[in-house]
Design a protein around this ligand. Structure first.
Ligand code: ZN
Ligand code: ZN
Length: 356
């Protein structure tokens, strides 16, 4: 079943007679449209796609399953929306309150006279978490290019090269291979690697640095997300001990993943292993997140998460240990939940690499 029909099924089960999608990621998921502005007005057996004249031709090409309509200046987005809602004679119209700004809502409300506008919370979000085989194939392609990028960038890692150089090389590699960046790559070394989401700087790599690189390609609208930490020059006992424990935690967490298992439980598997060496206190973030059209897709592997693993979900698994004044390690892979466990989609080496 295509995404639009999955959405219609979900609407039926929630008794939504009409739904307005406006978030570009959710509109893209439901319709295939990749432009920055479009409304999908979805009903159980039809609906309209609205955009402006910048995207008329693109919508004709991309949008499936909805009739296509576009406007040009001096008409406005909310004016055109009101006109179409009126033409469809909708007494009630749900929207996704999780993605609509309050100001946008009040504008809509003042224009949509005679239609009751109400929030249905997040409708597409939970559906987006379960990937179709076609979507998994796209994520697999993004992962493949991301693995190739890691292999490519390693040749550059040596004392004297700056974090910026490494970051630029990653970005250039993706762009040259026709991909987008799933997010701005994180490249942090030495003491700076204790910042889980630090930004690359002019700092040059030095002997004895941990170097953490977190990056991913976006291919056909789907993201990969990979982190590897390597050591520059020479690894100490402390480097090896921390790295070994993070790897052990990651492998155990991946091994515990299968349909039906709670997301919080998977997180605690990793945390328990880190605590064998009193390292859990240095692991301040969650174990992972959903991955898909955006790098932080729905779902969270972490303390207090109520998510449960289901076949077709794609997760990152990324334990980390960050020690102020010394440095940090994170190892991140992407996995898809299968019938009996998970398949790991990223394949970059995980034994501790000491470069050059
Ligand atoms: Zn990442
Ligand atoms: Zn991540």
């Amino acid at each position: 079943m295509n995404n639009l029909n999955r959405l219609r099924e979900a609407m039926k089960s929630r008794n939504l007679e009409a739904l307005l999608l406006s978030d570009p990621v959710n509109v893209g998921w439901a319709t295939g449209f990749t432009g920055s502005f479009g409304f999908a007005l979805v009903t159980p057996d039809g609906g309209r796609f609205l955009t402006d004249s910048r995207y008329t031709l693109q919508a004709e090409e991309q949008v499936q399953g909805l009739s296509k309509h576009s406007f040009a200046t001096p008409q406005t987005g909310e004016g055109f929306l009101a006109e179409n809602v009126q033409a469809m004679a909708l007494p009630r119209l749900a929207f996704e309150g999780t993605t609509v700004a309050y100001d946008t809502f009040t504008k809509w409300q003042s224009r949509l006279v005679g239609t009751e506008l109400y929030s249905a919370g997040s409708v597409v979000g939970p559906l987006r978490m379960i990937k179709s085989p076609g979507e998994v194939a796209k994520i697999r392609n993004a992962c493949k290019l991301t693995d190739a990028c890691f292999d490519h960038v390693l040749r550059l890692v040596q004392p004297g090269v700056s974090e910026w150089d490494v970051q630029l090389d990653i970005e250039f590699y993706f762009r040259r291979n026709g991909a987008e960046l799933a997010f701005a790559p994180i490249v942090v070394s030495g003491e700076r690697s204790a910042r889980p989401h630090g930004q690359a700087s002019e700092k040059k790599l030095e002997k004895g640095d941990f170097l953490t690189m977190d990056f991913g390609a976006q291919v056909d609208g789907y993201c990969a997300d990979l982190t590897r930490t390597v050591v520059v020059g020479e690894a100490s006992e402390r480097h090896r001990e921390i790295y070994g424990q993070v790897l052990k935690a990651q492998l155990a967490a991946i091994g515990a993943m299968r349909p039906g298992v709670g997301a919080a439980e998977v997180d605690s598997v990793a945390r328990t292993i880190l605590d064998e060496k009193q390292l859990a206190k240095h692991f301040g973030h969650g174990l992972g997140h959903g991955l898909g059209r955006v790098v932080h897709d729905g779902g969270r592997l972490g303390i207090g998460s109520e998510d449960r693993l289901e076949m077709g979900q794609v997760w990152t698994v990324e334990p980390g240990v960050y020690i102020e004044g010394f440095g940090g390690v994170r190892i991140e892979d992407d996995v898809v939940v299968t019938e009996s466990g998970v398949e790991v989609l990223t394949h970059s080496p995980k034994e501790l690499l000491v470069l050059p």
